[in-house]
Write a protein that binds this ligand. Sequence first.
Ligand SMILES: [Zn+2]
Length: 363
Amino acid sequence: MIVELGNARARWRAGFAFVGMLVLIAATACTTVVGQPQPAGTSGSTGSSGTSGTPDGPFVQQLAGEVSDAGAMTHLTALQKIADENGGNRAAGTRGYDASVEYVSGVLRQIGFEVSTPSYEGSDHDDEGGSTPGRNVIAETRTGDAGQVVMIGSHLDSVQEGPGIVDDGSGVAALLEIATRLGAEPAVKNKVRFAFFGHEEVGLQGSKGYVESLSSADLKKIKMYLNVDMIASPNGGYIVQGGKGSDEEETGPPGSGTIAQVLADQLVKSGVKSPEIIKFVGDDETAFVEAGIPTGGAENGDAKKKTAAQAEAWGGQAGQVYDPCYHQACDRIENVNRTVLGHYVRALAGTVAHFATSPDALR
Ligand SMILES: [Zn+2]
């Protein structure tokens, strides 16, 4: 259920002190947790420098301040190496994809997450009716209410034509960076679940298979889904999906607009001018939208051209496509725009922290 803004603010402030206490208690009790966010007072943080929205709690400020494009680049370098060693791509059903599954699972296990690689029925790229079992990677925090799951996802496969470093290595790297800084036992109210889907480039099969595999009881526990697909394009924009459009297929279920607004606010707090909120474009969020789960999305644009107004607000080249290497062999590590990546990684971390600690339920 969505509460009115004034009411939400009052409840947020009330929850603020409570969450702050939880962070303090957990930071004292669990000093061995990797990347455990510390209370704001110990970090030298002086509060929100942003210009919009409700003041962030210390947990939000801490996580958004800890993540970086440099951390994400470590993972993008690893994904590039995997593609280079496996015929130049990481497409579903290939050795490059399997190596990507192993890499992501390994990073998450090392942090201490519970990791699973549930399979789904995936049909091949060649479209000759062949099918191979595909694998997703799912990991969640050991802490937080299992009946209140905050979920963030990206796709782990590339197209066959290239290594997929921006599409969607950038989303994968952002999730791994956030998971690393969050740690497996953060002082959160809600459980945080990370998803890395296969076969996105072949009809969204991984995300559809995952949603179909869940019981209606387990689906109800997912309070929100945030999709991350392309957030480091050379001429990228700052675009957010959710709550816009004329029907629920475009806007997402009730609550989706709130997710989009929080992400847009976090982009502004990271220094972005006027992020745009748009309707859904039909990526891995589709299955979640169809299941009635409040959903948001981050995508910096692909083969369309940046407008003059966007270039004015965000920088970059007006009249040029957001990503000239979209779905091509040149979508390599050299294709990454670290400025765009950095803004999105910080904003996504802030958004995850916000909903992980928020006392307000989206549904
Ligand atoms: Zn993609």
